[in-house]
Write a protein that binds this ligand. Structure first.
Ligand SMILES: O=C1O[C@H](COP(=O)(O)O)[C@@H](O)[C@H](O)[C@H]1O
Length: 224
């Protein structure tokens, strides 16, 4: 399996170039389509990328934004991926983008699945999918340790599933069936440990290394 791997001299270059590339792909799509969709990760890595992307001169009212996955915590909680997005991406020019919030406030993520499946379906296939990855090779909320992962990787899975088997917060995630059809797919990783984890993932089954499910047609963006 060959990977399109871009190795940047530093993180600043990575974030600037990737923001430019994502903005370009969205703009290109809007030249021949009425609407576009952008699906992005939470976590600790992408905030500077979102700061750059939020200033892009693209037609944000025609671009629906959503997260890959969300922790089932209040939107102002420090661990909320939505909080990250509202502070770093959905501001400046990108404040005009329609946003599908994966956290609905329902008592449990499972309660929100039917409504979220309906909300996400019209935006598929995703125009631009950006994924992140943990050192355990999880991506979105598809974790090697979660019992739901086998189902969430199945081609006939619904677009959204709840993940409640982790010791961590309950979560909601887009499944592989929704994520894999994206027109443009990128993976953003930083640091030697994640580069090594990605190398390991290439020789593992997606149930052990969920990122493996996406390594067929993807551009990996890495900096130390
Ligand atoms: O739990 C999550 O982790 C991954 C990776 O996050 P990072 O902190 O290592 O950058 C992220 O892509 C995902 O959206 C998030 O919910």
């Amino acid at each position: 399996m060959s990977l399109d791997f871009v190795d940047y001299p530093d993180r600043e270059m990575l974030f600037l170039s990737l923001a430019d590339r994502i903005g370009g792909q969205l703009a290109q799509h809007l030249r021949v389509n009425d609407a576009a969709s952008l699906c992005v990760p939470g976590g600790t890595t992408p905030a500077p990328l979102y700061d750059y992307l939020s200033g892009s001169e693209i037609d944000w009212p025609r671009i629906t934004v959503m997260l890959n996955d969300e922790r089932w915590v209040d939107g102002e909680h420090l661990r909320s991926n939505g909080r990250l997005l509202r502070r770093h991406l959905l501001k400046d020019k990108a404040a005009a983008a329609p946003y599908v919030d994966l956290y609905t406030g329902d008592p449990a993520p499972g309660d929100a699945v039917p409504a979220l499946c309906e909300a996400i379906a019209p935006h598929l296939p995703l125009t631009v999918l950006l994924l992140g990855m943990g050192t355990d090779m999880h991506t979105a909320s598809l974790f090697p340790a979660a019992s739901e992962t086998v189902l969430a990787l199945a081609p006939d899975a619904p677009p959204v599933m709840a993940v409640t088997s982790l010791k961590d917060d309950p979560r909601i995630t887009l499944t592989a069936s929704a994520l894999k059809g994206a027109i443009n797919t990128h993976l953003l990783i930083t640091g030697a440990d994640k580069r090594e984890a990605l190398e390991r993932a290439r020789n593992l089954d997606p149930t052990e290394a969920p990122i493996k499910a996406f390594l067929g047609d993807i551009t990996v963006h890495w900096a130390e």
